[in-house]
Structure formats: structure tokens, C-alpha cells
Design a protein around this ligand. Structure first.
Ligand SMILES: CSCCC(=O)C(=O)COP(=O)(O)O
Ligand SMILES: [Zn+2]
Length: 208
């Protein structure tokens, strides 16, 4: 059982996130999925296939941390396990956002297999929770795209148990996953990533 008021608050934060992210062009054509924690065992998450710029509370459902629907006949996001694994690894996380921007998609295809996206020397790194200086390096892993979501969820679980300080990851040719204590933190992380992706792509353009 979950608290209905907490569910309604989580659903509203997801609807608002969709309006913002779709408006920025980062969640086109029904892509992306969003979630917000309700309590230690339940997460509100987008129903699969919904238009993220036109979400209402009816497009948000509840799953448990194994990704099973709770009091819903809907099908949750095809990538539900990529969300629930993060809520298990990081008990303090309150929101997870997955986006499909052009820059995340293109940049992820330019990173060689087995390499991470290294972000270093940018003042905007401080937009990530817990980062106090531009002098550190962020190492954003790029996982190969796959339709085997349980296997990808397990890969991300293993990687982030070892690297809990990293704020997100890319899936090659697919998109970005990031998270935060609150939905506001998580939205700030998406924005920061998008700025940094643009900087990296622009650097490659002027200095190939
Ligand atoms: C049209 S995008 C293909 C699926 C995807 O990658 C995505 O993010 C949306 O899937 P969902 O099941 O969450 O709607
Ligand atoms: Zn996706």
C-alpha cells in the first residue's frame, strides 16, 4: 500500500517534468520515461508509450522496486527496471529522468566502446549535487544499447555500486539517465548534462 497524497505529489512532479523536457526538445516522439519515489517500496512512473509533453496524472502509475505494477492495469515504461535499480542502489534518490536529446544521442555514438565520457574543467560541473569544484573529473559511462533491459539494469547496478559519485550514464544511440534527491535536482542535472554535451560536441567541431 502507498499513500495516495504522496502519489499525487509524485505524479504532478512527473507531469511538470514532461512539460519542461518535451518543451526543450529532449523527449521527442513518446520517447523518455520519468519516475519519482513515493516511499521506500513504491515509485510513480510513466505508463509506456505516452506523449511526454501531454502527460496527465492518468499517464503515471505505481510500481514496486521489482518493477511490478501496484493497483494498476497499465503497462509501465519498458525501461522500468532501469529506474527501480537506481532507487535500490541509492536509497536517498527521489527522482529519475531518462531523456532522448539529439546531443546525448549523437555524443554517445562518438564515444568508443569501453570508453567513458570524461567531463573535466567545466564550472557547470558544480550543478551536480555534491560537486564543489570544476577541478574534478566526471566519468560518464556509455552502455551499449540493448532491448534486454534486465541485463542492462544489472550492468548499471554493478557499475554504480562501484561508482556512486557519478551522476548519470548514457546508452549509446539512445539517451541519458540521471537522478537526484528531488525532481528539481534531477531536472537541474538533465540541464547541466545538456549544456556539457553541447560543449563537448562544439569542442569536437572546432578542434576535430
Ligand atoms: C519511441 S522511443 C523507444 C522507447 C524508449 O526508448 C523510451 O524511452 C520510451 O519507452 P517507454 O516504454 O517508457 O514509453
Ligand atoms: Zn529510452
Amino acid at each position: 500500500m502507498f499513500d495516495v497524497t504522496r502519489y499525487a505529489t509524485a505524479a504532478q512532479s512527473i507531469v511538470g517534468a514532461g512539460q519542461f523536457l518535451y518543451g526543450r526538445g529532449w523527449s521527442p516522439a513518446t520517447s523518455s520515461n520519468y519516475s519519482a519515489r513515493i516511499d521506500s517500496d513504491h515509485v510513480a512512473i510513466t505508463v509506456s508509450g505516452r506523449h511526454k509533453g501531454q502527460l496527465t496524472a492518468a499517464d503515471v502509475m505505481v510500481v514496486d522496486l521489482d518493477g511490478r505494477p501496484v493497483q494498476s492495469q497499465c503497462k509501465s515504461s519498458a525501461e522500468t527496471l532501469l529506474h527501480t535499480v537506481l532507487y535500490r542502489v541509492f536509497p536517498e534518490v527521489g527522482a529519475v529522468l531518462h531523456t532522448h536529446s539529439v546531443k546525448a544521442t549523437v555524443l554517445s555514438r562518438l564515444i568508443a566502446a569501453g570508453q567513458a565520457l570524461e567531463l573535466e574543467g567545466y564550472e557547470l560541473q558544480k550543478a551536480f549535487s555534491g560537486v564543489e569544484t570544476h577541478e574534478g573529473a566526471l566519468s560518464i559511462p556509455v552502455f551499449d544499447n540493448t532491448q534486454d533491459i534486465p541485463a542492462l539494469a544489472e550492468d548499471t547496478r554493478a557499475w554504480f555500486l562501484d561508482h556512486p559519485e557519478q551522476p548519470g550514464y548514457l546508452i549509446r544511440g539512445h539517451g541519458l539517465y540521471t537522478w537526484g534527491k528531488t525532481m528539481a535536482d534531477c531536472l537541474r542535472h538533465v540541464e547541466a548534462f545538456e549544456f556539457l554535451f553541447e560543449c563537448e560536441l562544439e569542442t569536437m567541431r572546432v578542434r576535430p
